[in-house]
Each structure stands twice: as C-alpha cells, then as structure tokens.
Ligand binder design. Structure first.
Ligand SMILES: NC(=O)c1ccc[n+]([C@@H]2O[C@H](COP(=O)([O-])OP(=O)(O)OC[C@H]3O[C@@H](n4cnc5c(N)ncnc54)[C@H](O)[C@@H]3O)[C@@H](O)[C@H]2O)c1
Length: 243
C-alpha cells in the first residue's frame, strides 16, 4: 500500500514551470500526487506518468477549461489546486505606472486565481473534498513602495482566499493562502540588488525564504493533515510579518 501523504491525489499547479511552482510540483509528486502544470509554455523534459505539462494562459477561462479537460482525461477528478502563476510587474511609483501595466499584473496574479478556483471548485464541492492553496505574498499584507499593482494584486488574493474559504467552509473544500517574503528564486531575480539588501534587512531571521519551504507548507495544506484551517493566511516571512 502506498502510504505517502498525497497518494491518490490529483493536483493542478498554475505557474508550475517557475521557481516556486517547480519546487511545489516536485514536492507534491514526491509525496505521491499526480501533478498537472498549467503554464504559458509546455515543458519538454516531462517523463513518467505522474506529471503532465500543459501550455495554458491561466487568465483565460477558455484556456483553463480546455487544459482541465486534458487533466481530467489523464488523471481523473482534481483534488488539489495550487495557484502559483504570477508576474512582478513594473518596479515604479504608482503615479508613474500606466493603467495597462496595472491591469496586466492584476490579471496575471488575481484574476488568474479567481479563474482557476472557479473552474475547479465545483467538482471539488461535488466530491465533498478539495484543497486550494493560493500563493500570495507578504507584500499583500504590508503594501510595498514601487510595487503598487503587485502588492494590490496579492492583497486581493488574500481577501479572495478568505472569501472563498468562508463560502466553501461546510463543503469539505479548504481554501488557504501562503504569504512568503522574498523567495530566492524566480521573479526575485528581477529585483535590483540594492532593493534585495533592503528586503533582507527587514527579515529578523536574516535570510530569504527558500522555494522548498514554500513547497513544504503547500504540501501540508494540500493533504488530509490540514483539516480545520480555511480562509487562512499562512506566514513564511522569517518573523517579518508576525500578524
Ligand atoms: N519569488 C519571490 O520572491 C516570491 C515571493 C512571494 C510570493 N511569490 C509568488 O510565488 C509565485 C511564483 O513566483 P516565482 O518566484 O516562482 O516566479 P516565476 O517567474 O519563476 O514563476 C511564475 C510562473 O508563472 C507563469 N505565468 C505567469 N503568467 C502566467 C499566465 N498568464 N498563465 C500561465 N502561467 C503564467 C510564468 O510563466 C512562470 O513560470 C508568484 O505568484 C509570486 O507572486 C514569489
């Protein structure tokens, strides 16, 4: 008998090609899940029956629906959704950002989360079981100068997680989010060195988060051990945002 924590579970990971998303994908597979990545490009290095990679724009309901049909055809009913797709957007003062740049970030980070949740939640409700994990950010709690659309989008992800968690609380579908501080991977490398030093100075543990730490918390939230938390915000900030 396979007694891995996520044995028999089917998971969808948006943004699974990215730094954080690929660490989450690897962890969920190691814990026994079958994982489908939805990301802008299809991965060419996929082998083994437990991973499916699908090119998908997760801001588009049509693209997501098409992709989910393939996931269901290959793996069956989906029990776990991880929303990790996202972009950093412009590093500039809010008064300098044009509305198209603003919309792009809100679409990629917040609308995509709504679209994927909406597309998968109904089958979870019907099955009486599901785990949704949204990757937000500490910036959504604090607001960050020079990252207005990003911080606002992540605050939206936090509020949407709380809302959906409450709406689905009695259905067996748990909805939670994680608020990491800077993770030393992926979009973090788009941030200027001086800005990174400032970010590091605000983390009491004196180091950045690792993608493996995000993956470990995601794996716990994706499994049966997580049973009485929903609409909750899980901190991963090394003591920075202790609220
Ligand atoms: N790296 C950090 O410092 C950090 C900190 C806190 C939260 N986060 C969050 O973690 C998540 C992953 O970040 P990362 O550092 O791995 O970034 P990343 O750039 O490495 O990965 C993001 C992935 O999302 C995909 N993506 C973007 N728009 C998409 C779309 N419309 N459709 C499908 N896929 C799309 C990209 O192709 C990419 O593979 C993001 O939501 C980010 O906001 C990151």
């Amino acid at each position: 008998m396979n007694n891995k924590a996520l044995a028999g579970k089917v998971a969808v990971v948006s943004g699974g090609n990215g730094g954080v998303g690929s660490a989450i994908t690897t962890r969920l597979i190691n814990d026994g899940a079958q994982v489908a990545i939805l990301d802008l490009t299809e991965r060419q290095d996929v082998s083994g029956g437990e991973l499916l990679s699908i090119a998908c724009d997760v801001t588009s309901p049509e693209s997501v629906e098409r992709s989910l049909e393939r996931v269901r055809g290959a793996f069956g009913t989906i029990q776990v959704l991880v929303n990790a797709a996202g972009i950093l957007g412009p590093v500039a003062s809010a008064v300098e950002i044009d509305v198209d740049a603003w919309r792009l970030v809100i679409e990629a980070n917040l609308t995509s989360t709504f679209v994927c949740c909406k597309a998968i939640a109904v089958e979870m409700i019907n099955a009486g079981y599901g785990r949704i994990i949204n990757i937000a950010s500490v910036q959504g709690k604090e607001g960050t100068s020079l990252a207005g659309p990003y911080a606002a989008s992540k605050a939206g992800v936090i509020a949407f997680t709380k809302t959906l968690g409450k709406e689905l609380a009695s259905t067996g579908v748990l909805v939670n989010c994680i608020t990491p501080t800077a993770v030393d991977t992926g979009m973090f490398h788009e941030i200027a060195i001086e800005r990174r030093a400032d970010m590091l100075a605000r983390i009491p543990m004196g180091r950045f988060c690792s993608a493996h730490e995000v993956a470990a918390m995601t794996a716990w939230l994706a499994g049966d051990q997580c049973s009485f938390s929903t609409g909750a915000v899980f901190d991963l900030s090394g003591g920075r945002s202790s609220y």
